[in-house]
Design a protein around this ligand. Sequence first.
Ligand code: FES
Ligand SMILES: [Fe+2]
Length: 338
Amino acid sequence: MSAAHEVRPYRDAFAPYWHPVAYSHELRDAPLPARLLETDLVLWRTGSGVAASQRYCAHRGADLCSGSITPEGLRCAFHGWTYGESGRCVRIPSQPQTPIPERARLATFHAAERHGLVWVCLSPEPAAPLPEWPELADTTTVATVPLPRLDWDIAAGRMVEIVLDVAHLSFVHEGTFGNPDQPEVPPYDVEKRSDGLSARIVYPALAPGVGGAPPRVDRTTLTYDVTFPFAARLSFKPTLFYPHTVYAVASPWSEEKMQCFYFASYHPRIRNFADLFVKSESAILEQDRRIAEGQRPRAHPLDFAGEVLVKADRLPIEYRRALTALRSGRPVDGPPLE
Ligand code: FES
Ligand SMILES: [Fe+2]
């Protein structure tokens, strides 16, 4: 690899991307703590949108999450210094007649609200736009249900890989929807784009039998769609259950730890969907968590040297190739370097 293509440190590589840091419904009229790529943040609502800045006060390091929102901005609970959304201190109550020092400011970051999430980009220049999920825009045709954040001790890239892993369904998900009699993965194509990946498979899921009846095979079309680096959309078209789409967006806390924002969209006329989804998906994700937290190394590998991937692992392979290219500043849809 040339010097220009050396693997960059984890934070440097992913800081230029947007990552979710909270569900919109979690951010109300008080400041909210968040963490992204080993950076502690405070989030708050301004008159016109959302703001993200360093979490600790420029004056004496108090936690701004204990502060409050005033018409002027974010007010620290310790001595009342108040910061506008640009991060600049606009009020020092202990000496109102004296000019405010230039250094009395907070580091601020890009913040945006979309798809029911608050997103932050730590770099001054975002490298890519937010994921495009236009189907979520019209709330008359789509409803959403979020799960509580998944707080797992795994790398964000490992989370996306388990979402994309076709071969684990018949093993890890036995008892929920996995079909232990159908472990073979049929060949499938992966569409590679500069900003993501897509693939489609049909999986013979097992739907639980009702009233003591045996489980029935539910041939489910799964459409995978990734937006780099860590956003996955997975749409389910079963024959026996409701069609719905799952969104899993992993947010990296560090190279070895993430939180995942996980929600589903469905047709609002399906009245009992939200309860059914939360119950069944929580059980499915617990099956995943037990496996994923046990994987080593904890950091998402940058190559295939320490693992033996086979053709049936095609989606995780393509994803890992793309992410390694991204870490090295190479085009993700270029030829792989072997
Ligand atoms: S520490 Fe925040 S105002 Fe003093
Ligand atoms: Fe899974």
